[in-house]
Design a protein around this ligand. Structure first.
Ligand code: ZN
Ligand code: ZN
Length: 185
């Protein structure tokens, strides 16, 4: 229904012809393979496809895209190196504008107020760009398996979440001062 032949070839699932969007809007639900989106993030393995449920609506030349993305990502905890699966629900509220931003080659800095703006050319909106961008923005910089992960012992390497070890705890100067205090008669 969405794919139609243009001078540039057949549209893929995530490409939408702007002139094909009806006035009442277009609801789209699709799965997008992480490999096809070329997703990479530190310590992350994209093991499942991204699910998207969005509504496209025209307002003059602009097309608003609202809805949500959902995905699960396998991370390696930065503290204990254990793998864990994290699920994300990413609300989407963006708009596509005609033309393309005047970016100098190699320059990728966008003003903050334009962060949620995407651009389309030749009447074709490519949702891949939005999905990729929104997913990467949602990824944690330092993935932790849990907020209070205790990490690995720096001496013997045991996982301090599940085991204890005999290594001496690092001396705490505050505790030492306290001990001195109680030793006093
Ligand atoms: Zn951890
Ligand atoms: Zn240890």
């Amino acid at each position: 229904m969405l794919g139609h032949r243009t001078a540039t070839g057949t549209l893929t699932m995530t490409q939408v012809g702007v002139s094909n969007i009806p006035d009442e809007g277009l609801t789209l639900s699709f799965h997008e393979d992480a490999a096809a989106l070329d997703l990479t993030a530190p310590g992350a393995r994209f093991v499942q496809p991204v699910t998207a449920d969005v509504l496209l609506k025209k307002a003059g030349d602009a097309v608003s895209v609202t809805g949500r993305l959902a995905l699960s990502v396998m991370f390696e905890c930065v503290d204990c190196l254990r793998e864990f699966l994290a699920s994300f629900e990413i609300p989407v509220e963006a708009q596509y504008l005609p033309g393309s931003p005047s970016l100098v080659a190699g320059e990728h800095v966008m003003p903050v107020e334009e962060a949620e703006n995407y651009y389309y050319r030749d009447d074709v909106i490519d949702l891949d760009e939005l999905v990729r961008e929104e997913v990467l923005l949602a990824m944690p910089y330092n993935p932790l398996c849990k907020p209070d992960c205790r990490g690995l012992c720096p001496h013997c390497g045991v996982d301090l979440n599940t085991e204890t070890c005999q290594c001496a705890p690092p001396p705490d100067p505050r505790l030492a001062a306290l001990r001195q205090f109680f030793k006093k008669p």
